[in-house]
Structure formats: C-alpha cells, structure tokens
Design a protein around this ligand. Structure first.
Ligand SMILES: NC(=O)c1ccc[n+]([C@@H]2O[C@H](COP(=O)([O-])OP(=O)(O)OC[C@H]3O[C@@H](n4cnc5c(N)ncnc54)[C@H](O)[C@@H]3O)[C@@H](O)[C@H]2O)c1
Length: 319
C-alpha cells in the first residue's frame, strides 16, 4: 500500500519503466509530473490533456528547470528514472545526466522537503562479479560509461538527506520493451531469420513484480537503502531462445552459441535475499510466465509499438 494522494515527480517518465509507473499511479488518484527530454523516451506515452498529469520537456542537467519543477509542483515523492546510455563513447553526456542530473534531483528534493526518493540502478554497477547470484553488498566495479556514471549518481543520491531507496534492477520485461534478447528473437524467429545466442546468463523480472516492489518502497514507513530487485534465478540466453521458439511453435534447428564479447559479462544474476528479508518482497511471476506475457503483448501490439494505456481527458485503470 502506498501513501494516499502522492504528488509524484518522475524523471524519465516517458521511458519504458517511467511510463508504466505513470499508468500504474495516475488511475490510483495520484498527481504526477513527468520531466523528460525524450532522448530515449516517447512523447506518445505521456500525451497532453490527461487529468492529473503534467509533462515538462527538458533535461535534468538544467538545474534551473529542475528547481522550477520542484518548486512549482511541490512533489511529496520522487521517482528518478531518467538515465543516459545511448552512446557508450559519449562519456560526457552519460556523466551529465547520470551524475550531475542526479545531483540536481537529489538537491532539489532536499530543498523542497520531499518525503521519499526512489532511484533505479543497473546491475552493471557490479561490473564482473566474483559470485553469482550477486549479493547487494558485493564490490562495485563498473567498467562502462553507463555503469560508472550510474554508480556515481547512486552514491550521490544515497548521500542526500531525503529518505532514499535505490533499486538495483534485473532485466524488466513488460509493455513496450524493445531491446534485448526477447524482442530480438521474437522478431527474427517470426520472420524466419537466423539467430545466435551469446553464452551468457541473465535474470528477468516481470513488470508486475517491479510494480509490487514500487508499491512497497513508496510507502512512507518502508525501509530505505539499496536493494537488489530480481527473481534470483539465472537463465541463459539459450533458455530465452527456446522459450520463444516454443511459444511461436517453430523448430529453428541448431542455433549457434557464441562466446560472450570482450566487454560483456558472462553471468549477471542479482541476489534478492536481503530484499526479501528487509522489504518482505519477492518475485511472484516465474520465467516461463514472464516470457509468455511479454510475447502475448508483442502479439497484440507488435515490437517497438508506441502504445499508451492513458486516454486523453480521463484516467483509466491499468490495461
Ligand atoms: N528497464 C530495465 O530493465 C532496467 C534495468 C536496470 C536499470 N534500469 C534503470 O531504470 C531507469 C529507467 O530505465 P528504462 O528502461 O525505462 O529506460 P528508458 O530509456 O526507457 O527511460 C529513460 C528515460 O529518461 C529520459 N532521459 C534521458 N536523459 C534525460 C535527461 N537528461 N533529462 C530528462 N530525461 C532524460 C529518456 O528520454 C527516457 O524517457 C534507468 O535509470 C535505468 O538505468 C532499467
């Protein structure tokens, strides 16, 4: 159960997770302000004319704009979902958004008396882990521009005076997911195109389970700190491939298994045991069901479909 009548400022609210959060919280009667520069998000998922939703186009790198949004909207809760990652060689843009932008959000939240701040973190913060599943207190060894900048951003966020929760997230599967092995195999297998699987292991989490942990951490009495959000179950990319081929009822024959690339991490599986103990949360949807739900969504909407569950002029319960 979340607090009543939240005023939620969502940075990156037009992105995959952010837009789903808008669709989850708006129909429950909360007011929302989305601040997004549409670098990777989509305007269409946060349309104009929705009751209770304000959309501001702009960057969290712009301190004056961030301060203005906080001062005007007076959020009670902040969900920091904006992140830059588009070009792995563009270190300056990643640092500007993921470090400086995060600082602007944390400081503005302090200045305006925000009750709670939720940050999202990538598993790349652990770099190449010594143990898998990766415990939440494992050493941080990021080695990419995205991972390094997100690590610094999280550390600044955790230094602030606002009660803060940072969720280190598994690969979340849900509406509008358009990157990674699931949409790639779905599209290629349907088109009869050849595929290969990298010899890597990942963890996948259903969007419903992500929403259930959000409902917990947004509560004013919930514990603060850093949590791994995952099923804790590692699945190979070949497992993903087989599940999709089975769903589509195609026999692709032998599929090549390729060694992981030099900048890839062979196994990333987050250990949620501390999260289960402290938050009382655990994932409920298993791997097979997660994949099935995702593929049913693609059957209905297509891959890369920009589809909003929000309708202008009124709010509706999650579709
Ligand atoms: N989706 C996952 O499975 C996953 C896994 C681990 C971590 N995360 C984290 O969750 C968050 C959301 O990820 P997502 O999958 O929704 O990605 P996304 O790219 O769909 O969303 C990010 C949003 O941030 C916006 N943005 C980028 N730079 C901005 C800036 N300077 N100012 C304002 N807005 C800006 C983008 O336009 C986009 O709408 C990110 O912090 C990401 O690191 C996501």
């Amino acid at each position: 159960m979340t607090a009543d009548n939240m005023r939620i400022l969502i940075t990156g609210g037009a992105g995959c997770l952010g837009s789903r959060l808008v669709e989850h919280y708006l129909p429950r009667g909360h007011e929302i302000l989305v601040l997004d520069n549409f670098a990777t998000g989509n305007r269409e998922v946060v349309p104009d004319g929705i009751d209770g939703l304000t959309v501001v186009e702009g960057s969290i790198v712009d301190k004056a704009l961030v301060d203005e949004c906080f001062t005007d909207f007076q959020p009670t809760h902040v969900i920091h979902s904006a992140a830059a990652y588009k070009d792995p060689d563009d270190w300056a843009s990643d640092a500007a958004t993921n470090v400086t932008g995060s600082i602007h959000v944390a400081r503005a939240a302090e200045a305006t008396g925000v009750k709670r701040l939720i940050n999202f973190q990538t598993a790349l913060t652990y770099g190449r882990p010594d143990t898998v599943p990766i415990p939440v207190d494992a050493p941080l060894r990021p080695f990419t521009s995205y991972g390094i900048s997100k690590t610094a951003g999280e550390q600044f966020m955790m230094m602030g005076k606002v009660p803060t929760v940072s969720l280190r997230l598994a690969n979340i599967a849900g509406p509008r997911l358009a990157i990674g092995p699931i949409p790639t195999f779905y599209t290629r297998l349907k088109a009869g195109k050849p595929c290969f699987c990298s010899d890597t292991v990942r963890d996948f989490l259903d969007m419903t389970d992500f929403m259930s942990v959000m409902d917990i951490v947004l509560h004013d009495d919930a514990p603060t700190g850093i949590f791994n959000i995952s099923t804790g179950e590692g699945k190979s990319i070949k497992n993903v491939f087989d599940a999709i081929a089975g769903y589509l009822n195609v026999d692709p024959g032998d599929v090549p298994i390729e060694p992981p690339g030099a900048d890839d991490v062979p196994a990333v599986v987050l250990d949620p045991i501390e999260t289960e103990r402290v938050l009382g949360w655990s994932a409920k949807i298993d791997f097979e069901e997660t994949i099935k739900r995702m593929l049913e969504w693609y059957d209905e909407h297509g891959v890369s479909a920009i589809h909003s569950h929000l309708k202008a002029g009124k709010t509706q319960v999650d579709g």
